[in-house]
Design a protein around this ligand. Structure first.
Ligand SMILES: C[S@@+](CC[C@H](N)C(=O)[O-])C[C@H]1O[C@@H](n2cnc3c(N)ncnc32)[C@H](O)[C@@H]1O
Length: 293
């Protein structure tokens, strides 16, 4: 079965859209395993840098895809929905202009933007994990948004989308997983049109003493157990989660990184005591990609 190719409306040269694909026969067959799961992967020690190799990250999300939404809402007590809603309000769609949701997963933020824009903006969701995209495609279909929200398979370090094309480029809980963070940020900026907005929603470390301690205890000791019980996987995805968050730049460090890549008008919005933060910046005209002659 080949992957269907459909062009996203109003977005030239956007390949490998999966919305039009027939529903696969099952997600567990060899066709959907990007690589065999290593059952004897050793658990990582907390002092090690977290392994964000593409193969590992993709395999991890493949294996938890079916339980991903459930766990997201369960572990955050549904607060994750309000964070995405906040994002669409802080960085609203521009009617008629395209939106890119990088690392779209099961398309929650893409669909939130579709609701926020009342269907007036074409939306592209990109992700390199097909199992997540297939679930996202079903949600888009259920929301009768197939005409407006298309999904493309692609790596955040080499997004399969044109440059300078999107009024809003967003990513929710995805950038942290990208192997080369700077390259991921550069790709978000490349896809945004001059004057467009880049919005990055990501977990962060709460600064308050009490909340900080409670959060760390929950994140390190309780969340991995619940995660592993509800979505058993060989890649310790819910051990990876706290470790990847604790090793990822947040707050001013993230703003400095975004400024160093050329974004301007930077803002940060800590959410729920700083458990998550929305970072927002504008792409100046000077960063427009020169047209290829
Ligand atoms: C934690 S999920 C977030 C999904 C969604 N944005 C949300 O808000 O629920 C992270 C997603 O990023 C995707 N991802 C991680 N690294 C990626 C990469 N290098 N290129 C494309 N997608 C990537 C994973 O496949 C996964 O679907």
């Amino acid at each position: 079965m080949s992957i269907g190719v459909v062009k996203a409306h109003n977005i030239p040269n956007t390949p490998r859209v999966v919305n039009a694909d027939p529903i696969p026969h099952g997600l567990d067959g060899p066709r959907f395993m990007s690589s065999p799961v290593q059952l004897d992967d050793p658990p990582e020690s907390p002092s090690q840098r977290v392994d964000k190799s593409r193969q590992r990250v993709r395999r991890m999300f493949s294996s938890i895809a079916r339980r991903y939404d459930l766990l997201n809402h369960l572990l955050s007590l549904n607060i994750d929905r309000s964070w995405r809603r906040f994002t669409t309000r802080a960085v609203p769609p521009v009617a008629g202009e395209a939106i890119l949701d990088c690392c779209t997963g099961t398309a929650d933020l893409a669909l939130e933007y579709d609701r926020a824009g009342q269907g007036r903006s074409p939306i592209v969701g990109a992700d390199f994990c097909r199992e997540m995209l297939v679930l996202g495609r079903d949600k888009i279909h259920a929301a009768q948004a197939d005409e407006r929200v298309v999904l493309v398979e692609g790596d955040a370090e080499r997004l399969p989308v044109p440059s300078d094309a999107f009024a809003v480029v967003c990513v929710a809980f995805g950038l942290r997983n990208v192997q080369d963070t700077v390259r991921g940020v550069d790709e978000l900026i490349r896809a945004a049109r001059p004057g467009g907005t880049v919005a990055i929603l990501e977990f962060s470390r709460p600064r308050g003493k009490i909340l900080g301690r409670l959060y760390l205890a929950f994140f390190r000791h309780i969340l991995p157990r619940i995660g592993q019980a509800v979505a058993p996987n060989a890649d310790s995805a819910y051990h990876y989660l706290p470790r990847s968050v604790l090793q990822f730049p947040d707050g001013q460090e993230m703003l400095d990184l975004l400024a160093s890549r050329g974004l301007t008008g930077l803002e940060q919005h800590p959410l729920t005591g700083g458990i998550a933060t929305l970072y927002v910046g504008r792409k100046p005209a000077a960063l427009a990609t020169a047209p290829v002659s």
